[in-house]
Design a protein around this ligand. Sequence first.
Ligand code: UT7
Length: 316
Amino acid sequence: MYVPPKTLTNDDLAKMVDTTDSWISTRTGIKVRHVAEPGTGTSELCLEASRRALADAGVDPKELDFVVVGTLTPDMPFPSTACFVQMGLGAAQAYAMDLGAACSGFIYSLSVADALIRSGRGKKGLVVGGEILSSVVDYTDRSTCILFGDGAGAVVLAECEEGEGVLSCHLHSDGNLWELIHCPGGGTIDPCNPGTSTVRTNFIKMLGNETFKHAVTRMAEVSLEALERNGVGVEDVALFIPHQANQRIVSAVGKRMGVPEKKVFMNLERYGNTSAASIPIALAEAKSQGRYSKGDLVLLVAFGGGLTWGSALLRM
Ligand code: UT7
């Protein structure tokens, strides 16, 4: 994982919009988030996280067959952020692509990477989630600017025996609810132009309360789907790693599923919601903190704009 060094605390935000540390802490669980310097490419964060993942796995970039980057904040419309990562790593044999599934971007990318390996389109690949959300956050809108942070996380995925690694992935979408979280500007409907920023269409818009309700229902459903598919129960899972959107969302999902709090990995307090980066950042920290052991079951679950949601059960 990698996050840019600069931080934005709740007190910093309270100087920018009408909010308080106490409101943000109680309603979200967030204390601080990291933000990149303006003009930074998301690929720079992805590249550093990828180098760390490759070093940890003892894999040379030249061994990689593919690079998939989940992101909603690419360096530019094209080429893909993944191509910049591939170039930076010198992963000469790897094909590279981005995947857009908002905050579910890492699970979607993991699912695609898993399918690529299973279908023989590669033996070893890099799966990355990276975002510079500060580039699309409206720092005059208190209902959204307090939530988001920047960062990246990466994993090396390789062929393994059946029953190890990614056991199953479960993906869902509902485009009917696209308006709940979206960024209207910067695409073909409203291309970037000098007027865009003055009418603020190039920033995240969210109906927080509605999104919250869908997040709780869908994350619980898709977590249970993964457990049922694999014939295991909550008690068999060593660690749950949810997308870090809001402490109250995660607590409500845990309560519905009967997951004890100590089995749920949280680092939201220090990073905020980093969208597609939140799960791989959490995975990296869970690993370094010894929160799971070899052979353990770990359940990843995410929810985001689209709407999109998904889960993956891993045998570590
Ligand atoms: O990453 C994927 C998806 N994203 C999510 O899952 C995010 C889901 N949503 C949320 O996390 C929460 O809905 C928020 C944290 C965004 C908002 O919390 P909430 O408890 O749903 O608050 P609310 O939107 O119902 O607003 C309650 C009140 C409102 O004031 P009134 O109308 O009751 O007078 C807001 O204007 O809180 C006000 N408010 C704030 N007050 C102080 C909204 N933002 C702030 C703020 N500081 N930053």
